[in-house]
Design a protein around this ligand. Structure first.
Ligand code: SF4
Length: 421
């Protein structure tokens, strides 16, 4: 029995797909990249933008031929679009066997078990203890929280994923230890606003968790995404500076550099507050690499507002930024805002922003030429530096090794390196 997975969207969805695959792998399914030979398919969908939802739905539509080519095949549709438009999916694609919305992910093993009654071998007889994940990667994700308590005006996530819920600190540590014992060297903590994580029973906040994980044997590196600026407090800044495994890297979504737009977006912070926090973080964490997200063309954004975003990217010295045009999502407050920015203006602003960001990115990468880096190899020839820069080695070494190397050249997106023997 073979299992094929298709994932749309963010790293949280990648991690969820791996979790959803696990019960089937424990039943004896083997992972395959080939759709044609699969007996089961999991499609994990995204709905953060209308376009992402359309792509997922059209992919499900194209699975009709695969599903109908052989009796007994199993098609599972999961994730955020499954949560938002699950009924429509079942109506439009009656060949789908199981729809599991993003809010039901914790209950997925039972839902699957019930759906599989008599269809596939049971996992009950599995002799090995339930592994935390079937095949850990050198860099492994752990989703520590789900949902979001914010209500950003453009975002559909709170509607789809609900309010925040947290994995206990003890469970995060157990899972990370299991991953490290199985070969993971880097743990990437995931959550919609990952640094709002807490464990009230243990009295832990996110900084406590980072410190505890940093002391976990085998965990050489620790990253997390995406933090919310509100929870980037002094404790977390100190932790970033002191916890040995915490990487000097942060992706901190700003979304806009204009106070007027930030307020309309309901982001909960001002430009000055954001700048103050980043300044303190930079002072505490030596050589921090900071990246961000910017949305252009939010309703009512003027040229002056846009320039404030443009200026922010250089003021915070972001080495890269994920830039998107605002696209309205049905049911969000921003979709009902009257003063939309025209597509033409959005395009023009986006291309100006991208040009500035690409220039910054090239300059940042070029600044590494001739310097020494430590690369955690995810494959024999490629990996990441502690500052999350993609790096390639001239000669292969063992995946999982941390290699001292010199940067010999850089491309537009990463570093070329030569290892010290
Ligand atoms: Fe969406 Fe805002 Fe929550 Fe991020 S913080 S998931 S943008 S509502």
């Amino acid at each position: 029995m073979k299992l094929h997975t298709i994932t749309f969207g963010c790293q949280m969805n990648d991690a969820d797909t791996e979790e959803m695959a696990l019960p089937l792998l424990l039943r004896g399914f083997q992972a395959t990249r080939e759709l044609a030979e699969a007996d089961a398919v999991i499609v994990n969908t995204c709905t953060v933008r209308q376009h992402a939802e359309h792509r997922a739905l059209s992919r499900i539509g194209r699975l009709r031929a695969w599903k109908q080519a052989r009796a007994g095949r199993l098609l599972i549709v999961a994730g955020c679009a499954a949560q938002r438009v699950g009924d429509q999916i079942l109506k439009r694609f009656p060949f789908v066997d199981l729809v599991v919305g993003a809010r039901s992910i914790e209950r997925y093993p039972e839902i699957l078990e019930a759906a599989l009654q008599g269809r596939a071998p049971s996992s009950q007889g599995c002799s090995s203890p339930l592994p935390e994940r079937a095949a850990p990667r050198v860099s492994s994700y752990v989703t520590i929280m789900r949902g979001c308590n914010y209500a950003c005006a453009y975002c559909v996530v709170p509607q789809v994923r609900g309010r925040e819920s947290y994995m206990s600190g003890e469970r995060v540590l157990r899972r990370s230890r299991a991953l490290a014992e199985a070969g993971a060297r880097e743990i990437v903590l995931l959550g919609q606003t990952v640094n709002s994580w807490r464990d009230p029973a243990a009295g832990w906040d996110f900084g406590d968790l980072v410190r505890a994980l940093s002391a976990t044997p085998g965990v050489a590196r620790l990253r997390f995404m995406s933090p919310h600026p509100d929870f980037l407090d002094e404790r977390l800044i100190r932790t970033m500076a002191e916890a040995p495994a915490a990487c000097p890297y942060m992706h901190l979504p700003a979304q806009s550099g204009s106070d007027r737009v930030l307020q309309r977006m309901r982001r909960g912070y001002t430009r000055a507050q954001l700048l103050g926090k980043i300044e303190r973080l930079r002072k505490a964490v030596d050589g921090l690499n900071l990246t961000t997200d910017i949305i252009v063309g939010f309703p009512g954004e003027t040229e002056e507002d846009f320039r404030a975003s443009l200026a922010l990217v250089s003021e915070i010295e972001a080495s890269a930024a994920y830039c998107t045009k605002f696209s309205p999502r049905e049911g969000t407050p921003a979709a009902a805002m009257a003063d939309a920015v025209s597509e033409e203006v959005k395009e023009e602003r986006l291309s100006r922003l991208l040009a500035a960001v690409e220039k910054r990115q090239r300059a940042y990468l070029a600044s590494w030429k001739g310097r020494r880096v430590r690369i955690l190899l995810e494959t024999p020839c490629s990996g990441r530096t502690a500052r999350n820069l993609g790096a390639r080695l001239e000669r292969p070494r063992a995946a999982g090794e941390i290699v001292e190397a010199e940067v010999t050249a850089c491309t537009n997106t990463g570093l070329q390196c030569s290892a010290h023997s």
